[in-house]
Design a protein around this ligand. Sequence first.
Ligand SMILES: Cc1ncc(COP(=O)(O)O)c(C=O)c1O
Length: 381
Amino acid sequence: MHSTSPSFQDDIIHRNQRRTENHSQRSLPSHPPSLSFSDNDYLGLSRHPSVRQSAVKAVQDFGTSASAARLLAGSSPIHRQLEKSLASWKSSEQALLFSAGYLTPLGVIPAIIGPQDTVILERNAHSCLFDGAKLSGARLRIFNRQDTKELQKVLTSTTQLHPSGKILLVVESLHSMDGDWAPLLEIIQLKIQFGAWLLLDEAHANGICGPAGAGLAAQLNCTHQIDIQMGTLGKTLGSSGGFVAASDFIINHLLNESRTFLFGTALSPASASAALASLEIVRSTEGDSLRQTLQQNIAQFTATYPSPLSGPIHFIACRENSTALTASTFLRNLGIDVPAIRFPTVPEGTARLRLSFSSRHTPKDIQNLTSALSILPISSS
Ligand SMILES: Cc1ncc(COP(=O)(O)O)c(C=O)c1O
């Protein structure tokens, strides 16, 4: 007979209770409101007719699943085509796909760095970057992403204490929760000075800035100084999956040693095909005009809610979990989906409403949002 260990049960019940008490318990919404400011579909491509069609065609041509890891039977021509297109978009020699954005750093970081090395991450880096760093067994150091003096100090002490270890710097170009841009050029100067490598996660910047939407590094013309460019297919590219773009020798190494690439079923052909169709749009004049609409929507919002943030991610600080929840529920009842972001997604005491804008929003949508925010039953800080 199967019995549940009482200690497991007690622990889980206790943790559920604690989450309920401190307003951090999550549940899946049953009917998400139709006006969403919560997804990352910044150019609305997940619903674009040619992206949908492309996914349908891939199902017809290749079936519903890759059915195996890439190095077994899981590689289709569409994977190779997408990798080629991503590599050229990112001005890189090669690209490699992963079946999720989250699984990308979990495979990449441990493949290039180990217990004798150091990973330097920004304080509030996305959890997949932290998890990849932890999996590598390397020592972790953190810095405030806007504070390059602090980064310099961390680099100095790391090289003094561990002169023979490698250093990997991991940075998000557009921060997923704070919406600010990394001071990339200063970071690159430091990484060169200290002989570190840089993994740049452009998950939220890809598609929305730079020539042909190629991201912040392309905008600043410093792609060639970034060792590993990372991205996801699940945000602007309207699909799901992740990728890295890098030199031949790095990609060939990852293909051999990146465990989340090696030991999981490959990205489905439909996802690869949808991302390929999105990428074509992102790189076209249609992509330019979608980016322009996105910027207009952001400008309409910031005309009412002035902000130093220029990207598609904005937030309204609530501090307390309960305040953020009350505000999110209030908006939901008005048919507007704006998530309450709480610990552990953001540090404790910094709960917020996170707003993400898209080119698919109309001026009326933005107006509905700002009107609803103006009557929120909370005082934001
Ligand atoms: C900065 C960053 N990197 C990576 C990921 C993971 O990507 P995906 O959601 O496509 O798995 C996310 C997801 O939100 C993210 O915000």
